[in-house]
Design a protein around this ligand. Sequence first.
Ligand SMILES: Nc1ncnc2c1ncn2[C@@H]1O[C@H](COP(=O)(O)OP(=O)(O)OP(=O)(O)O)[C@@H](O)[C@H]1O
Length: 349
Amino acid sequence: MITLTNLQKTFPARGSGVPVQALADIDLTIGRGEIFGIIGRSGAGKSTLLRTINLLEKPTTGSVTVDGVEMTGLSAAELRQARHSIGMIFQHFNLLSSRTVFDNVALPLELAGVPKAEIRTAVEPLLDLVGLSDKRDRYPAELSGGQKQRVGIARALASKPKVLLSDEATSALDPETTTQILHLLADINRRLGLTIVLITHEIGVIKEICHKVAVMEGGRVIEQGPVFGIFAHPAHPTTRSFVDPVINRGMPDSLKERLSPAPQPGTNPVLRITFTGEKATSPVISAISRDLGLDLNIWHGQVDEIQGAPFGTLVVEALGDEAKVASAVEFLKSNHLGVEVLGHVPANH
Ligand SMILES: Nc1ncnc2c1ncn2[C@@H]1O[C@H](COP(=O)(O)OP(=O)(O)OP(=O)(O)O)[C@@H](O)[C@H]1O
């Protein structure tokens, strides 16, 4: 649906400053109907990247294709037309304070010259969709933040876009309202098959509704893939720093301090077992002690949920000889569970 190829963006130097390279070597493919999240710290290049999709920001080099249309080659009139299929919502909602809820949602249609009767037929179901039918004649100042964002969403949907860009749309909202807005976006994605690209600095937003994620740092995408895989096995340290607070893959500090990297006489290995999907509930621990005669001392365990699928980690000390431990590792792998040796601790500590 959206392909960004070899995208670069450099902002020219201001005054006596130096040019800023905001985007470098960006290659991203976003599939039709996906909710694609882009996460990164302040200044990573998220907004610039999002704004290149509708060409609010013109890339210095590279190509942007949306629904088969190469955006960088369009004339001004063609670009205006192409932007009808790309809606956008914003952190601070960007509503017109002098217009009612109905008139804010109707605005893009009025600007496109749609007749009044048609506007009414288009806007009313949208107000219904976002749960604001009873607020149609209210003004933005009379609405809560969550309600304002619902107006923003309805307005973005008015021109029946195929893509919705969300620029930190929940950053100004409290956690409960954030969840409601995210559920609304997920619902719209399912019902309308809309492709959603959202940027955020909050990992919870990605965890809640995204199918895929790209992590940005210094204008580059440092890691990307399906949310489940990235959360379960974050490869880059920055990704880990985002994921660790919400997915506890770790172990107690007291144990960490006692770990030594290599086995010594009289030490036991410490394993981290990761469970994903339906395997998260399979009784592997009892199978290992029963069938392989290896006792496992559980140090730390956690079962979480990513995108509705269970994801668990278990840190265990294996109380047995090397051969038994090797068979247990093989057994776990053959059951499609993740297993890694974290280190070794003195036995009987
Ligand atoms: N119009 C501009 N002119 C010059 N530099 C810019 C411009 N817009 C952005 N930048 C710079 O480009 C880099 C990326 O900015 P961008 O706003 O895309 O980051 P971000 O990840 O969205 O950050 P934030 O989360 O704080 O919004 C930053 O160094 C920023 O200062």
